[in-house]
Design a protein around this ligand. Structure first.
Ligand SMILES: Cc1ncc(COP(=O)(O)O)c(C=O)c1O
Length: 379
């Protein structure tokens, strides 16, 4: 038989093993999607587009009006791109892969700030490039610039950043983002900026784009999407934008791989970007839950949690319990009926547990209560 694609040998399946839906008796802190319905005006817009018969092929990168709406949305973050340089893709995930395929080639090395969302590792490998995991600072999960300098070499082609971050909940400061740009300029790297959680931020400064700094715009590929901030995970809609030379490559990838996202979803995606109130309601709910989740988990014996700064995740250091993260997650499910993600499913995540607080306050309180009972019974 002919050989399989060797690039796939080391491509993992992310959190899949710990995401299996358990019975209703289990409190889940695992699912990384908003527990809200997509706001009604967005759904209505998709239905209306279907009724208008918008079911044929259209402009591959997305309609002019949708690409302009994405461009306008990004202006608030000091990202100033041409609407012709916006491509709408089936999910932020595929938008990321398009960006990677436009700039990465076999033999290239790509820096990831680790622990990183596991799909980056797999996607980089699909391009034939090699992911290089650079640990973040353990105390607050912010970038460690000394460590970055130690991992860069002549083959390094790009750095992937994600702030607000999954799995850490960290939001990089303006100074840190500027330092990332300076680092990329110094070593002539592309920056892939996954800003999918940019509207879910709990720090004063909020999300900062590398495009806001000198030297940033011409080397930053910005990737985002509707899944998290607009509760649209199942719609599979994301965007990618950046310098024209990169986007020419992205457009080739897009027409080869997808042609475009469903035509009748485009007006709905545009509608989503015009909404304020509906989006604020969800964001405010996450903001409230983050206080409860931080207070609850940091009061548990043996657990240390930095302040959550953005997205809907916290990453708990559980080394004080004497268990490995695998033991912790496995026993928590069996004994406390609480489902969590063990950090060692990600490189550099050993001793950590990821909690998603995209769940009700009631679940947060109940989950913490169960974990306390279980942990105290082991002491
Ligand atoms: C950091 C990050 N980027 C991208 C994605 C994927 O987004 P989408 O569902 O739009 O493909 C996720 C989903 O969990 C994520 O956490």
């Amino acid at each position: 038989m002919p050989e399989l694609n060797p690039n796939l040998e080391h491509v993992g399946t992310g959190f899949a093993a710990f995401l299996a839906p358990p019975g209703p008796e289990v409190v889940r802190f695992t699912v990384g999607q908003p527990d809200f319905d997509t706001p009604a005006p967005i759904v209505e817009e998709a239905k209306a587009a279907l009724d208008r018969g918008e079911t044929a092929y259209t402009r591959p990168q997305g309609t002019e009006s949708l690409c302009s709406a994405v461009k306008e949305h990004l202006m608030q973050f000091e990202i100033d791109v041409l609407s012709d340089d916006v491509v709408v893709a089936p999910g932020c995930k595929q938008a990321l892969l398009y960006g990677m395929l436009a700039v990465m080639a076999p033999g290239d090395e790509v820096l990831l700030l680790s622990p990183a969302w596991p799909s980056y590792d797999g996607m980089v490998r699909l391009t034939g490039a090699t992911p290089v995991h650079v640990p973040v600072r353990r105390e607050d999960y912010h970038p460690d610039f000394q460590a970055l300098e130690q991992h860069v070499n002549a083959n390094t082609k790009a750095i992937i950043i994600n702030s607000p971050n999954n799995p850490t909940g960290a939001v990089y400061t303006r100074e840190e983002t500027q330092a990332i740009v300076d680092f990329a300029v110094k070593h002539d790297l592309w920056i892939l900026d996954d800003m999918i959680y940019s509207t879910l931020v709990w720090t004063e400064e909020g999300y900062t784009s590398p495009c806001a700094f000198e030297g940033g715009a011409e080397r930053t590929i910005t990737i985002g999407g509707w899944s998290k901030g607009w509760a649209m995970t199942g719609w599979r809609l994301g965007w990618v934008t950046g310098p024209t030379n990169v986007m020419d490559g992205v457009k080739k990838v897009n027409v080869s791989a997808a042609t475009h996202v469903p035509t009748f979803l485009m007006p709905a995606a545009e509608k989503a970007l015009s909404l304020r109130e509906e989006i604020d309601v969800m964001r405010d709910a996450f903001a409230e839950r983050r206080l409860a989740v931080h207070a609850g988990f940091s009061s548990l014996p043996g657990i240390v949690v930095p302040q959550p700064e953005g997205a809907f995740y916290i990453l708990c250091d559980i080394t004080g319990t004497g268990m490995t993260d695998m033991e912790f997650a496995t026993e928590a499910l069996e004994k406390a009926k609480v489902q969590l993600i063990p950090g060692s499913l990600m490189k550099g995540g050993e001793g950590l547990i990821r909690i998603s607080y995209a769940t009700s306050l009631e679940n947060i309180h109940e989950g913490v209560r169960r974990l306390r009972t279980w942990l105290e019974s082991r002491a």
